[in-house]
Design a protein around this ligand. Sequence first.
Ligand SMILES: C[S@@+](CC[C@H](N)C(=O)[O-])C[C@H]1O[C@@H](n2cnc3c(N)ncnc32)[C@H](O)[C@@H]1O
Length: 237
Amino acid sequence: MRDQIFGQENDLVDFTFDAQVADVFDDMVRRSVPGYQAMIEMIGLSVKTYGQDNTNYYDLGASTGATSVALSVNNPYTNNRIIAVDNSPSMVKKCQQNLALSENNVDVICADINAINFENASIIVLNLTLQFISPKERQTLINKIYQGLNKGGALIVSEKIHFSDDNKQQLMTNLHVDFKRANGYSELEIAAKRQSIDNVLITDDKKTHFQRFEKAGFSISTCHFQCLNFASFLAVK
Ligand SMILES: C[S@@+](CC[C@H](N)C(=O)[O-])C[C@H]1O[C@@H](n2cnc3c(N)ncnc32)[C@H](O)[C@@H]1O
């Protein structure tokens, strides 16, 4: 279904992942996040390298399940459990429908990812989710993820990022707006969404992400993909 949520002049409230958003999420994310499809494809690619038999794969902030589908269809290992977590009941319902035919053992759980105990994990993914977690809770979450990963396991984090250099920040912001225009969003929609999401989606810069991974104990971390102001990081235990 096409995203027209910000197409009318309504009173602006903070953005939430409610039923209205869940209905149009797949269209919204593809038209709003440059490189989204490539991010998902690279999550699929990582399964071969970082997956292991008899382990858990976690998809945190699963939304409609695109990441879990990529983990599932590309998985060459046996006896894996995919645990998809989201705290929006509407997203969980969509995710369950989308994963119903998966051949892997998939559990879709409605819960706060901060309350999950990670265990026996070979892959944990935060695809566009950490940015919605309170900044003061982010290090604790990454620490817990590190503890729950097996040796050689990987954390993949995709995020909108900001830049400490003002000129670069302005350039990337302008290009991102152009990307949304090119995907059919009007000036009204772009401005209204920005106002609605500004207090809710809190970006970090790359340096903050790398410092957080290092503090948690990850021995390797790298930015393996970037498209404008969206980046994917791979951190290996
Ligand atoms: C931008 S979407 C993620 C997109 C998805 N990972 C994908 O690859 O298509 C962010 C999701 O995180 C969920 N979320 C935000 N905070 C959360 C929390 N504390 N616990 C669980 N889910 C959360 C939202 O409900 C939303 O579905």
